[in-house]
Design a protein around this ligand. Structure first.
Ligand code: HEM
Length: 181
């Protein structure tokens, strides 16, 4: 997993829960990296699992809710790091539609070792999108947060529903409908 995900995660933890909580989850996670990340480095996905699990224990909040909150937070971090990517879109649905064929493709060129999910579009209309998230990491709630924040970024709102296609959430169907004006 790319370092930018870790640096953004720890920044969120510090902002929302304080430096002590950030330090404590790093210590309790016994990380090979010792919690020292650079945005372009690559680290074990397991380190993220440990950090989130320890955060969940420490702040007594469900892992899923924390991952979703992180998705909301991460959108801004990614758009600051790669403004040109976001700027090429004029609507949230066109941005989301292009994750697979443009955004993550671009990410893969920048960071060949990035481990990205795939999004398969099943159906598209002017105001809706149905797609399947697939990734062995099962970070569908991260995708959920990023999708919600895409609408907020364009001052829009949407109704986002998802359905797990298997128990571990490595295949998840999203149905996204932009709210009427
Ligand atoms: C709504 C828009 C987006 C969604 C739903 C989305 C979804 C995701 C998800 C769920 C992951 C976690 C990896 C996994 O699940 O296997 C991920 C990773 C990542 N995404 Fe996106 N993404 C979006 C937009 C972007 C944008 C705009 C950028 C930057 C230009 C970006 C760059 C990355 C990077 C750098 C990673 C980390 C890859 C790694 O750890 O190796 N994404 N994305």
């Amino acid at each position: 997993m790319k370092g930018i995900v870790f640096t953004e995660f720890l920044e969120m933890v510090e902002e929302k829960f304080g430096l002590e909580v950030a330090d404590s989850i790093i210590e309790n996670s016994h990380l090979p990296s010792e919690g020292i990340y650079t945005s372009v480095g690559t680290y074990e996905f397991n380190e993220m699992v440990s950090l989130i699990t320890n955060l969940s224990k420490e702040v007594k909040a469900p892992v899923d809710d924390l991952i979703y909150a992180f998705g909301l937070y991460l959108f801004n971090g990614l758009s600051k790091a790669h403004p040109e990517v976001i700027q090429s879109y004029s609507s949230p649905l066109s941005l989301i539609y292009s994750i697979e064929d443009h955004i993550h493709l671009h990410v893969k060129k920048l960071y060949p070792d990035a481990e990205l999910p795939t999004f398969k579009i099943l159906e598209q209309t002017d105001n809706s999108l149905t797609m399947i998230y697939s990734s062995s990491r099962g970070l569908y709630r991260l995708a959920h947060g990023l999708i919600e924040k895409s609408f907020e970024h364009f001052n829009k709102t949407a109704t986002v529903n998802f359905e797990l296609l298997n128990e571990n959430g490595t295949e998840v169907k999203f149905n996204i409908v932009q709210d009427g004006e």
